[in-house]
Design a protein around this ligand. Structure first.
Ligand SMILES: [Zn+2]
Length: 140
């Protein structure tokens, strides 16, 4: 396996084994799987309520930081998965020497695609419906 694929699989494994993320049906704990996943891939996640009210989350690529501004666990699941999608897309581009999606629309599409993939791989896609996912990722 290529190093990129290896570290990705290791991150999925670490997230699935993270003790913070256990608890069948415990919504807020299951969200930690995504948290643990991005941590295993070198990014930091933090709550940041200084972000503008209409900004649910933001990623700082150079710092490897994901900031969340969501008051509810349900909202956080959607946002952290989307931001994790951005991070994965960014890491892939770096690893393969591709340009990181040059325009905003492409970056958002990639984040949505990878975000859903992450939810699926972490076995928590049931936290959000496909409809909620689509609706939350539509541009304002
Ligand atoms: Zn985005």
């Amino acid at each position: 396996m290529a190093p990129y694929q290896e570290s990705l699989e290791a991150a999925f494994k670490a997230a699935l084994a993270d003790p913070r993320a256990s608890g069948e049906g415990d919504f807020s704990r299951l969200i930690y799987r995504i948290w643990a996943f991005v941590e295993a891939l070198g990014a930091k996640v933090s709550l940041d309520h200084t972000l503008p009210e209409n900004v649910a989350g933001r990623i700082f690529y150079d710092e490897g930081e994901i900031h969340l501004n969501m008051p509810t666990a349900a909202g956080a699941a959607l946002v952290i998965a989307h931001e994790a999608g951005h991070w994965l897309s960014y890491l892939r581009a770096q690893r393969f020497g591709d340009p990181h999606a040059p325009d905003e629309a492409t970056r958002e599409n990639m984040a949505n695609m990878f975000g859903w993939y992450i939810l699926h791989r972490l076995d928590i896609e049931h936290l959000v419906t496909k409809e909620e996912w689509k609706a939350s990722n539509e541009p304002d």
